[in-house]
Design a protein around this ligand. Structure first.
Ligand code: CTP
Length: 400
């Protein structure tokens, strides 16, 4: 059920640009949002809580230890209520804390506890901004999925000239609105996601498997559910917990995955095949554990059906089809080949020759390949990849 109005948690940190946050808060209130302000101690040196309280008609929180407006644990309830968390201005210090997961005041604790999209609008002295350590912290936040509203160049309060000024209030407002659109833009759509790797048994204890952790598919399922879709996640064995709000079907083999997918495919609006499906399975599965002495020299294999190709070839499936391609050479060419061969609308390609990215890691660098062209993405958190992929997939659904 859509919640209206939206709740925006605005974090204010200790920089002179804090006075501009009054305009930001006014703008958000004017657009009909419920705004709850959290300030750092330092921010209160620049603007008083009373100013924000008056603008929002809501209590303003500074201390972790003040009596909460209700009996709930306040940083958790604020974190849960937030549809978007926006921090403006965000100092170098708070950027560093966010990047490292520190939670030593109300604002950073709320930010860490929240699952809502995070929009960060930095403002600081130009030299602080240009320090590699700050650049690294900003890159960490961006890679994890935070939206960074770049500050602009100009004369700074300290007299220096350079980048460091808070972005214009209008630009920050638009960034918040863009996140709000994403909040429910998949409402009414059925999304079927596969994840993880399949296991093809050799005997009751041994199997042929692969290194897929399921992280990407789980992130896609979770993000799609957060954006309002009805999500079914069909996954091979994975240590990850069920993503919130999804139907989760845990399977072992490619044949089981195929059955679970086909049972749901005709109803789906979007099918995202991120699973690493084994192409082959042992032709004979021993019913008892094979003893060393009886072990065969070779294991005969049989081809598994290609689930994605089968979906792509069927007339009764109307879903936008997304395939994945893990490649070690000629990434784009191979991905484009799969787009055509498997009849899908988009292929997410990644180069798995780099051991620091891909299988089991939290980040990846991917290409989005469609009939219209190729987009090369930076290294992104799997959650951010999920967000970008769903943006493009939703656009493909709308364009039909
Ligand atoms: N896929 C599938 N069923 C299979 C194999 C793959 O649905 N039996 C899907 C995967 O979920 C993924 C895409 O197809 O979306 C990956 O295809 P691909 O990489 O072609 O599989 P490979 O067999 O690895 O192709 P190749 O070895 O030729 O690169």
């Amino acid at each position: 059920m859509e919640r209206d109005p939206k709740t925006i948690v605005v974090g204010v940190t200790g920089g002179i640009a804090a006075y501009k946050t009054c305009e930001l808060v006014r703008g958000l209130v004017k657009r009909g949002h419920r705004v709850k302000v959290v300030m750092t101690e330092a921010a209160t040196r620049f603007v008083t809580p009373l100013t924000f309280r008056t603008l929002t008609s809501e209590p303003v929180t500074v201390s972790m230890w003040a009596d909460a407006p209700d009996a709930r644990i306040h940083h958790i309830s604020l974190a849960e209520e937030a549809d978007v968390v926006v921090i403006a201005p965000c100092t170098a210090n708070v950027i560093a804390k966010l990047a490292h997961g520190r939670a030593d005041d109300m604002l950073t604790t709320t930010a860490l506890a929240s699952e809502a999209p995070l929009v960060v609008a930095p403002a600081m002295n130009v030299h602080m901004w240009r320090k590699p350590v700050t650049a690294g912290n900003v890159a960490t936040l961006r890679a994890r999925g935070a939206v960074i509203v770049e500050q602009v160049s100009g004369e700074l309060a300290c007299g220096d000239v350079g980048e460091g000024r808070l972005a214009p209030v209008e630009v920050i407002l638009e960034a918040v609105e863009a996140e709000l659109v994403r909040v429910r833009d998949l409402a009414g759509l059925r999304v079927l996601v596969t994840a993880g790797g399949t296991r093809e048994p050799i005997d009751p204890v041994r199997f042929i498997g692969n290194r897929s952790s399921g992280k990407t598919g789980f992130a896609i399922a979770e993000e799609a559910a957060r954006r309002g879709a009805r999500v079914s996640l069909v996954t091979g064995p994975s240590a990850l917990p069920d993503p919130f709000g999804c139907e989760v079907v845990r399977v072992e083999t490619a044949l089981q995955m195929r059955a679970a997918v086909l049972a749901r495919a005709t109803d789906a609006d979007i099918i995202i095949m991120s699973a690493a499906v084994a192409d082959f399975r042992p032709a004979i599965v021993a019913s008892d554990k094979i003893k060393k002495a009886d072990a065969p020299e070779t294991i005969a294999l049989e081809r598994n059906p290609d689930i994605l190709a089968e979906l792509g070839a069927r007339d009764d499936i109307r879903a936008v089809l997304v395939g994945f391609a893990a490649e070690t050479t000629d990434v784009e060419t191979n991905a484009r080949g799969k787009l055509a061969a498997k009849g899908c609308h988009l292929v997410v390609a990644n180069d798995v020759s780099d051991p620091t990215l891909g299988f089991g890691t939290d980040e990846n660098r991917v290409l989005f390949v469609t009939a219209a062209g190729t987009e090369r993405m930076d290294v992104l958190a799997k959650r951010a990849i999920a967000r970008e992929l769903l943006d493009r997939t939703a656009a493909l659904v709308r364009s039909r």
